[in-house]
Design a protein around this ligand. Structure first.
Ligand code: NCD
Length: 482
């Protein structure tokens, strides 16, 4: 698919081949910049940068990128207070206005799903520069570019993700990309800040990664009070994390081996602004600062990466290490964002080969319309915060017989398991048979997907004329359908 006119909301919006095309063009941009060439591909074009959250690197590099392409920038660095958002304007209205002033919009917002709303309402390309704790796809492009530059490949690399893997949006986009390119992912989250379940389920269902916990071994003596380590290699090894270490079917890899495998450590800060209260790393299992002592546990050539800004999690003594690439990662933001902007504006075109293989596919979930009263469970999802005009959009995940009914929010990827179901074809069309059932009853497997109606509550079901069935409790293994 050509790039011109498209949005980048999630890193999964691009196939592997498309990501590689952006990285290749960024390489050309980088060389041109180094030679001091005039690039001017976007002369006469305008970019709006709409930032509702602080930013140094992302906004700075987008704006620099547009200037280097010969375009102009309308900058809303403090959109929360300096745009009409302060007067209560919605995201949809703001971008519908901005699209008349700009050819491309870059948005950063504290709510998950905000960039998707902007993309839905602006008919110019929209780039997600970070939406709450959801995703940050352009940081991932910088991360992948850095890894490729330094290591020459992505497939088969082992990347250790370190820190706040729950609220850190950069790691969510990076996990999807690493899984798709066949890298191995080791996760070392701060206690309670694990990779969210929906992210893991997605890499499992789409890319065959099965998370399992790594054997704790002597990790405490080695590196201090780290809560847990996980590893998620590509099939056929299928190791890695997750909740239940003791029943892990494959615990043969231990921490020492896991650390010894890492080609890169990707350190992240605790995202205090996304938590109800600031982290107390002492009481939350503590967390060692990544310093020269820690690095001595890793391979000599392990890259030290960080999306920045850093707080206390990465020692300044590492800044001069030859394998520390975090400032380089930030510097690559300019050629990467130049390439992306030029492609989305149609100022540069690249032939993308046909999609091949699972790793290049974007998985389509079935859109489900007959969802009554079910909302996204994430209080920070844009669909709940701008419910004045947005209706919840939930996709039903593919399920095997016996698995729970799961809906995933198309704005923020959070999942919910709605409690009640009914069929639009009630038995023999008799009103007395118009019944609703518990979603964990056997009826879930009996109702054809095209007839399935989903309710958030018994009240909703009854308001739509359905009566409780005798069997609204767990009935998966039998019983009649009345
Ligand atoms: C990150 C972000 O905003 O998510 N910063 C960035 O864009 N490089 C990481 C962070 O703030 O911790």
């Amino acid at each position: 698919m050509p790039f011109a006119g498209r949005d980048l909301v999630s890193i999964t919006d691009f196939t592997n081949q498309e990501i590689e095309a952006v990285l290749d063009l960024a390489d050309q941009m980088d060389s041109a910049l180094k030679k001091g060439m005039e690039i001017e591909l976007c002369k006469g074009k305008d970019m709006a940068t709409l930032f509702y959250e602080p930013s140094t690197r992302t906004r700075g590099s987008f704006e620099r990128a547009m200037h280097k392409l010969g375009g102009t920038v309308i900058s809303f660095a403090e959109a929360k207070v300096m745009s009409s958002a302060a007067k209560g304007e919605t995201i949809a209205d703001t971008v519908r206005v901005l699209k008349s002033y700009a050819d491309i919009i870059v948005i950063r917002h504290p709510w998950e799903g905000a960039a998707k709303v902007a993309a839905d309402y602006a008919d110019v390309p929209v780039i997600n520069a970070g939406d709450g704790s959801h995703e940050h796809p352009t940081q991932t492009l910088c991360d992948l570019y850095t890894l490729k530059k330094e290591k020459g490949r992505l497939k088969g690399l082992t990347v250790l993700l370190w820190g706040d893997l729950k609220y850190g949006r950069t790691v969510h986009s990076l996990i999807y990309a690493l899984a798709r390119f066949g890298a191995e992912v080791l996760c070392a989250p701060l206690q309670g800040l694990d990779v969210p379940g929906p992210v893991l389920r997605r890499i499992h269902s789409e890319y065959n990664y099965i998370p399992e916990r790594v054997k704790p071994d002597d990790m405490t003596s080695m590196i201090g009070e780290v809560d847990a380590f996980y590893i998620a290699p590509f099939k056929p090894y299928n190791l890695a994390l997750w909740s239940d270490f003791d029943s892990s079917p494959c615990p043969e890899i231990n921490i020492r081996e896991a650390l010894g495998k890492a080609d890169a450590i990707y350190v992240t800060r605790v995202q205090n602004e996304r938590r109800d209260r600031p982290a107390d790393t002492e009481s939350e299992g503590g967390y060692p600062t990544v310093d020269s002592k820690f690095l001595s546990q890793l391979k000599k050539k392990t890259l030290v990466m960080h999306p920045l800004p850093r707080v206390n999690e990465l020692a300044y003594e590492l800044d001069d290490y030859p394998t520390s690439v975090y400032f380089q990662q930030a510097a690559y933001g300019v050629p990467i964002r130049m390439a992306l902007t030029a492609l989305l504006l149609g100022a540069s075109s690249i032939e993308i080969p046909e999609r091949t293989g699972v790793s290049g596919q974007v998985m389509a979930y079935s859109k489900y319309k007959q969802v009554i009263g079910v909302k996204c469970p994430n209080a920070n999802c844009v669909s709940n915060l701008e419910s004045r005009y947005l209706v919840p959009k939930l996709n039903m995940l593919k399920r095997n017989v016996g698995e729970p009914l799961t809906l995933r929010c198309t704005y923020c990827d959070h999942e919910t398991h709605p409690p009640y179901i009914a069929s639009s074809e009630w038995h023999q069309g008799l009103l007395k048979n118009k019944k609703y059932y518990s979603s964990d009853s056997f009826m879930l497997d009996r109702i054809r997907p095209e007839n399935l109606i989903i309710f958030d509550s018994e009240k909703e079901a009854q308001a739509h004329g359905f009566m409780p069935s005798k069997r609204t409790a767990k009935q998966r293994n039998g019983g009649d359908a009345t």
